[in-house]
Ligand binder design. Structure first.
Ligand code: PEP
Ligand code: MN
Length: 361
């Protein structure tokens, strides 16, 4: 995917690319009352969900195609580009017929390769920017797969939206951010525009700003923020929508994309990682020295190199210690297995040294 084209021109001043608008289009008045102040404040892309995939039946499932003329009016009256979510080929046809400028695939859709393929087929040959939200689970290959299906259908103006992941332990978030996943996506596809949706990660108004700031510090290209003219009365995602004024204030306070401060912070963090790794290698070298000394002792006392009980205790103790320190027990067991394997190899080598044919020194 090294032939991607920009979804839109990124702001030349390095400011964040901002997409804002309501979770759902509800009425023509609500859509326009939200769009106008955003446009006046310089937001260039307006989002609104028309077809809303709801976890449970009975919720507000969107106004559907009835809202398309409202978005066309936003476009005409404010000059903003308009974007909406598509989940079926019918949505794609209706949105493109109505002149919608940008489409996105929601998290639930991105989770289903059959649905993504149907959308890719419906979009084949059309030059429209498409943003793909991450799937519900932290599965980078599935996210990449959705982007590849669209790319294989000839789409080149692609982007990704990080909206967090469902998990049993969400902590303070509605959807756990697991930043390492979008960071790995950026490493794999550095030219792919990467946006963050802090509204769906946070799920609460007060979290939108800090999460958005964090994303920009991590080098994201922009943000997708839910905005509503009257958030407390929103028909969906009420707790997380901001007023247009709050969105503009948030945007004004963001650091520029890839600003010097960010680059310096990153450099400092990388130096710190290098220092940690230097110490790690030094400590491992010392551990191997000790292991070889133990090997010599075992040999002179005719003890076997591998003592299963000691090895088992070591794994259990370090796994528990790792969990206390915020690492996974599985990770630590795996790491100790690898380290122990090298120790055993070195001990065997040490025992082999100076060994005569009859096994005596
Ligand atoms: C949305 O953007 O309103 C939405 C439904 O988001 P997600 O697909 O991320 O849940
Ligand atoms: Mn929403």
């Amino acid at each position: 995917m090294n032939d991607l084209q920009p979804i839109v021109q990124l702001p030349a001043d390095g400011s964040a690319l901002l997409i804002a608008g309501p979770c759902s289009a509800e009425t023509e008045e609500q859509v326009l009352a939200t769009a106008r102040p955003l446009a006046r404040g310089g937001v260039r892309i307006f989002r609104a969900g028309l077809w809303k995939p709801r976890t449970k039946p009975g919720g507000f499932e969107g106004v559907g195609a009835a809202g398309l003329p409202w978005l066309a009016r936003v476009r005409r009256e404010t000059g903003m580009l308009v974007a909406t979510e598509v989940a079926t080929p019918d949505h794609v046809a209706a949105a493109l017929d109505a002149g919608i400028d940008m489409l996105w695939l929601g998290a639930r859709t991105a989770t289903d390769p059959f649905a993504v393929q149907e959308l890719a087929d419906a979009l084949r040959g059309r030059d429209v920017p498409v943003l793909v939200k991450n799937p519900l689970s932290p599965d980078l290959e599935l996210w990449l797969g959705a982007l590849e299906r669209l790319h294989d259908a000839g789409l080149r103006r692609l982007g990704a939206i990080h909206r967090g992941f469902g998990s049993l332990d969400r902590g303070t978030y509605r959807n756990a951010p697991l930043w390492s996943v979008p960071i790995e996506l950026r490493r794999r596809l550095p030219q792919l525009p990467l946006l963050c949706d802090p509204s769906h990660i946070g799920g609460r108004r007060s979290l939108v700003e800090p999460i958005g700031r964090r994303a920009m510090e991590l080098g994201f290209d922009g943000l997708v923020i839910e905005a509503h003219c009257s958030p407390d009365e929103a028909w969906s995602d009420r707790a997380q929508q901001l007023t247009p004024e709050q969105v503009l204030r948030l945007a004004a306070g963001l650091a520029p994309r890839r600003g010097d401060a960010t680059a310096e912070q990153l450099e400092a963090l990388r130096r710190e990682i290098d220092r940690c790794d230097d110490r790690l290698v030094g400590i491992l070298a010392r551990r191997m020295e000790v292991a070889r000394a133990i090997g010599r002792w075992k040999r002179s006392h005719a003890m076997p190199v591998l003592q299963a009980r000691r090895y088992d205790e070591l794994l259990t103790r370090r796994a528990a210690q790792a969990e206390e320190a915020g690492m996974s027990a599985d990770f630590m067991r795996e790491l100790m297995r690898v380290i122990h394997g090298e120790s055993v190899r070195q001990q065997l080598e040490e025992c082999g040294e100076g060994t005569t044919a009859d096994g005596k020194r």
